[in-house]
Ligand binder design. Structure first.
Ligand code: PLP
Length: 359
């Protein structure tokens, strides 16, 4: 089996599994004051330090959540609603066209619900990079919140988040790192070899913020609910083990693709673990199934939209035709990917193209 869909979910790292197994034998509620509770609390606080180290922030700025989707919603809703209370209201949202659906749908819902809140979409160039120069950010009046992902989950193209000035939210799910100019940063465990269903939102001390889940006062009152102790332990261990991979596997893969393949974002700076390309005239559904029969697991567009024939909003924003976008495949590598995986994928793609040409 050759699993090349790490951007959808990366297999659990052994370090994360070991940390989770240890944590599963702690019995207490981390909010309890007795020794079992304190032991569980200890597990969470150690993991918080590990996430803080990865994100280059203080541990107190890390809020554990149920994953990237929740972190994105919490950042956006928390910022906008928190600003209503702060007296300096956010009235303008600038959101890149290639954000994850969890960001795009949340901002649409906010704009519908909050009077006076306006949304401007930051367009993407054909290179896959969001074009900040095409916005009215500098001209308009009123406080602005800018939402820009660190790297796109479909193309892997790195976005110019470091050059954003103002209140910034970064979805760093596909490129965890320290973003010193960001007030809010989303992370997800299962994209880096941690378990599914756990993530974090980094919120700076001076950033407007309003809790969305109220209750037992967990996470400094910013996100109530008994913490997922084992999940958090696994996330911490995965974060501690995480390093940026080399481009070797991706380069080997792209060098071996048929000449007819269209590689998206090819000339842009990209995270090394992603290759997004189209085999013209071969629909993504056909390719995913053909590769699967050969034991090679890849995705068509993003995992969240797979199964739908709808072309990817990311490729569309880059000006790709529907015809080509419908043929887009994403191959993504991770901590346990090998050259054998790459070669198996290339062999399967080669056979598919030959069959197509013969048909
Ligand atoms: N943001 C990006 C860029 C993603 O790639 C994903 C997952 O595909 C998410 C957010 C959502 O994360 P989760 O699956 O942890 O909810």
């Amino acid at each position: 089996m050759h699993y090349l869909d790490h951007n959808a979910s990366s297999p659990l790292r052994p370090e994360a599994r070991a940390a989770m197994e240890r944590a599963l034998s702690t019995v207490g509620n981390p909010s309890s004051v007795h020794r079992a509770g304190r032991a569980a609390r200890h597990v969470i606080e150690d993991a918080r330090e590990q996430i803080a180290a990865l994100a280059g922030v203080k541990a107190r700025n890390v809020i554990f959540t149920s994953g990237g989707t929740e972190s994105n919603a919490l950042a956006l809703r928390g910022a906008v609603e928190g600003s209503l209370e702060s007296g300096e209201r956010i009235t303008r949202l600038f959101v890149s066209a290639i954000e994850h659906e969890s960001v795009l749908k949340t901002v649409s819902a906010l704009v519908e619900r909050i009077p006076g809140l306006r949304l401007e979409i930051i367009p993407a160039a054909a290179t896959g990079v969001a074009d900040l120069s095409a916005t009215t950010l500098r001209e308009g009046k009123g406080r602005a919140l800018i939402a820009m992902m660190a790297a796109n989950n479909e193309t892997g193209v790195v976005q110019p988040v470091e050059s954003v000035e103002g209140l910034l939210f970064v979805d760093a799910v596909q490129r965890p790192d320290a973003y010193d100019n960001a007030s809010y940063v989303s992370l997800s465990a299962h994209k880096i070899g941690g378990p599914q269903g756990v993530g974090a939102l980094i919120v700076r001390d001076d950033a407007p913020f309003s809790a969305q889940l109220l209750g037992g006062g967990q996470e400094r009152g910013l996100r109530a609910g008994t913490e997922n102790v084992a999940g958090i332990a696994g996330f911490g261990a995965a974060a501690a083990a995480w390093t940026i991979m080399s481009t070797n596997l991706r380069d080997r893969f792209e060098a071996g693709l048929p000449a007819s393949a269209v590689i998206f974002g090819r000339n842009s700076l990209r995270v090394p673990h992603t290759s997004n390309f189209a085999l013209p005239d071969v629909s993504a559904e056909t390719s995913v199934m053909a590769l699967d029969l050969d034991g090679v697991m890849v995705s068509s567009g993003s995992a969240c939209s797979s199964g739908k024939v709808k072309p990817s909003h990311v490729l569309k924003a880059m000006g790709t035709s529907d015809e080509i976008a419908r043929c887009a495949l994403r191959v993504s590598f991770g901590w346990n990917s090998t050259e054998a995986d790459v070669d198996a994928a290339l062999a399967s793609i080669g056979r598919l193209v030959v069959r197509r040409e013969a048909a």
